[in-house]
Design a protein around this ligand. Structure first.
Ligand code: ACO
Length: 273
């Protein structure tokens, strides 16, 4: 992906790490006006990457833009081809920590705050050449995280194949939201920070279910199963799974999970985009 300006002062070396401050990699090189120009160019690169990724995934709106980067504590790893004269952008990976309510294998809920894969794109002309793996590995190294500790926000089939091939991530722990996690996510050594869910007091605002980066793309306002079971009831959907556990009829073992719906987690991610 090429741009009508030199990418070296904007992105620096092969890997460029961008956070919410949107700082161009190049230092100095002129006064405030030059700096502003580089910042604007970085915004252009991020916006164009976001659009290209959305198009590749068939999304109606990008989940990555300069404006969204500024308002979230996400980190973007941008991969650049330094061989061409002005440089070309090859792709990017966006990650960020998110507070999620997730299900363990036994059906119990925990609140965790793992690093999440939020958006990932390699230019069409460069896919299946190992660049995605190179970028992903760079992220793992810099973030000091192991692949099975990640949560993935509505992965595409390509990303699922990628994670399986390069990192052996195959066995999913079924969830009721759009995040996909794999075996080993909850294993005790260096597990992501977790805490037991407190019993909410009636006057407290009820927390939403785990919000995906892509939830704003949904056309339907209805949350996923089982959060949608309580329509018409005074209990808001987001509390429903916890109430289901507490409200188990006599004789039902505590911690028994509600029956899952007859659809696979893999189909969740592609609905309503
Ligand atoms: N079909 C199926 N699997 C694919 C495809 C494809 N078209 N492209 C890549 N893969 C998987 C395969 O496992 C492939 O191995 P194989 O060629 O032996 O079958 C492996 O990825 C290749 O690994 P890399 O070359 O390192 O990956 P690549 O550079 O192609 O990057 C990525 C992977 C980012 C998923 C890229 O294919 C892409 O940009 N796809 C379109 C956008 C997309 O789906 N992004 C993920 C969205 S979901 C999210 O971000 C949370």
């Amino acid at each position: 992906m090429e741009f009508p300006f030199d990418l070296a002062p904007v992105l620096g070396e092969r890997f460029c790490v961008v956070d919410q401050h949107l700082r161009p990699a190049g230092r100095g090189g002129g006064g405030g006006a030059k700096r502003e120009e580089l910042e604007q160019q970085l915004r252009t690169v991020i916006d164009e990457l976001g659009k290209a990724s959305a198009k590749a995934q068939g999304l109606s709106t990008p989940v990555t833009s300069a404006a969204r980067m500024e308002s979230n504590r996400h980190v973007m790893y941008i991969l650049r081809d330094t061989r061409s004269p002005r440089g070309a952008v090859l792709g990017f990976l966006k990650v960020g920590y998110k507070k999620l309510f997730l299900l363990e294998r036994d059906g119990s809920h925990v609140e965790v705050e793992p690093l999440c894969v939020l958006d990932f794109y390699i230019h069409e002309s460069q896919q299946r050449r190992g660049l995605g793996r190179e970028l992903f590995r760079e992220m793992l190294q810099r973030e000091r995280v192991q692949p099975h500790r990640l949560a993935v926000d509505r992965p595409s089939e390509k990303l699922l194949a990628f994670l399986s091939k390069h990192f052996g991530l195959r066995d999913r722990i079924p969830q009721v939201n759009n995040f996909v996690i794999f075996d080993g996510f909850f294993s005790t050594r260096t597990a992501p920070a977790r805490r037991a869910l407190p019993r909410p007091r009636p006057e407290e605002p009820i927390k939403p279910y785990s919000l995906s980066e892509r939830d704003f793309l949904r056309e339907e306002a209805e949350p996923p199963w089982p959060f949608n079971l309580s329509r018409g009831s005074p209990v808001r959907g987001s509390l429903r799974p916890f109430l289901l556990r507490r409200e188990s009829p006599a004789g039902t073992p505590p911690g028994t999970a509600p029956e899952p719906p007859p659809r696979r987690a893999s189909s969740l991610g592609r609905v309503g985009r």
